[in-house]
Design a protein around this ligand. Structure first.
Ligand code: HSE
Length: 436
């Protein structure tokens, strides 16, 4: 049978990995897919570089629309990124009746509803395994492997750059800024690392996972997004003394009142496997009613790990493209007319526990006042740690771990504590998840 014909838009790091892995493993992949998969055409603005990568036998063009217009092309891989031209090209490819494979989490998290609707209308597949956690097959696991389950929550380390930074801060006691420079020098962080360190990249991925876990539309605009730029090395140290590690988690949780969708730094018990995921690695923990807890670990970025996910999608499409669209796995795991309109909750309604660090005057009654305010707000304390004041020092750090409470109540208690004259600086608040 004629190989399935693929057009590749953008041959950067992942595109190159995709081309090379497809070539290297072509016989194995053909045996699995039932048909060869061939990248027949590549579009990239740097045509000379692209041609060097793919060799003389593959057609290279500068204009991506030539790929989309080619009637021989069955599948278009979009590896351009961003929501600008990539969005237009994906929509045009769908309209032209092409199946689409994309690694573009930003595009799907923000414009997924429009894209999946267009794909449904045209009867084509949009596959996106590479958009979340790189080489980890988490989309496959959520959409297919766990399909028997009612998924309760997902908590993931889904940004390698920030996990590398947090690991280095803990290991070496270095401040955020120093480690960020190191991450950039090592090529982990982007030259403009804003999306990584501000939690946006993780929120794109958490948004996609929330949709396929709970059968809700992709709603990035409802996600609570906090990064790690405010995190101080001393909090990582104190957390460790209390038996916790601090990780940037993407959380999607189903609760009785709606869905929580949030990204923020989080204390996690050091004994949990996920707390021990170090460096640029990713991991996703899923809690579901039948299977219990499962954990998926691997490389969340990089040329060949991400190519592994892109090619898995190519194989899926090759196997399924002749099937009746109604018999394929739905894009968001649930049938399109079965999506739920359950609300994504505002952060004020989220229930979680907290780590608080207060710089306080070291004098009688301060602890009692602070804990009294928490008691007045019906917030129960789990543990208290007071750093011994140094010689001649008249102030100290007070660390408090709380039990679960609703965020709005914690916000009110924090405002009261902050107004105490014996609280000497801004209170640090980091959320805590036991993940049990
Ligand atoms: N910038 C991402 C990360 C990789 O650091 O994990 C691709 O999503």
């Amino acid at each position: 049978m004629k190989p399935i014909q693929v057009g590749l838009l953008g041959i950067g790091t992942v595109g190159r990995g995709t081309f090379e892995v497809l070539q290297r493993n072509q016989e194995e992949i053909r045996r699995r897919a039932g048909r060869s998969i061939q990248i027949a055409m590549v579009a990239d603005l740097d045509t000379a570089r692209a041609q060097r990568i793919v060799g003389a036998t593959t057609q290279v063009v500068a204009d991506a629309r030539q790929v989309i217009a080619n009637p021989e092309i069955d599948i278009v891989i979009e590896l351009i990124g961003g929501y600008g031209i990539a969005r237009q090209l994906v929509m045009e490819a769908i309209e032209a009746g092409k199946h689409v494979v994309t690694a573009n989490k930003a595009l799907l998290a923000v414009h997924g509803t429009e894209i999946f609707e267009a794909a449904r209308r045209r009867g084509v597949m949009v596959a996106f395994e590479a958009a979340v956690a790189g080489g980890i097959p988490i989309i496959k696991a959520l959409r297919e492997g766990l399909t028997a389950n009612r998924i309760q929550w997902i908590a993931g380390i889904i940004n390698g750059t920030t996990n590398f930074i947090l690991s280095e801060m803990r290991d070496k006691g270095l401040p955020f800024e120093t480690v960020l420079k190191e991450a950039q020098a090592l090529g982990y962080a982007e030259a403009d690392p804003t999306f990584d360190i501000e939690g946006v990249d993780a929120a794109h991925k958490a948004t996609i996972m929330s949709a396929i876990a709970f059968g809700i539309p992709v709603q990035f605009d409802k996600a609570h997004v906090e990064g790690i730029t405010q995190l101080e090395a001393q909090d990582i140290r104190y957390a460790e003394q209390l038996g916790y590690r601090i990780k940037l988690l993407g959380i999607a949780k189903r609760v009785s009142t709606g869905v929580e969708l949030r990204v923020h730094p989080c204390l996690v018990p050091a004994k949990r496997l996920i707390a021990n995921v170090e460096g640029a690695m990713n991991a996703v923990m899923v809690q579901a009613d039948a299977v219990g807890t499962t954990l998926y670990y691997g490389k969340g970025a990089g040329s060949e790990p991400t190519a592994s996910a892109v090619i898995a999608d190519l194989v899926d499409i090759t196997r399924l493209h002749t099937a009746d669209p109604l018999n394929r796995v739905p894009h968001l795991a649930f049938q399109p007319d079965e999506l739920s309109d359950v609300a994504v909750l505002p952060m004020a309604q989220v229930v979680t526990s907290y780590y608080l660090r207060l710089r306080v005057a070291d004098q009688a009654g301060v602890l009692a006042k602070v804990t009294g305010l928490l008691a007045d707000s019906d917030i129960s304390i789990d543990a208290v740690l007071q750093r011994e004041a140094g010689e001649g020092e008249n102030q100290t750090d007070l660390i408090i771990l709380t039990h679960d409470c609703v965020e709005s109540r914690m916000n009110a208690a924090l405002a009261s504590m902050q107004s105490l004259s014996t609280v000497l600086g801004p209170i640090t608040r980091i959320r805590k998840e036991e993940l049990n």
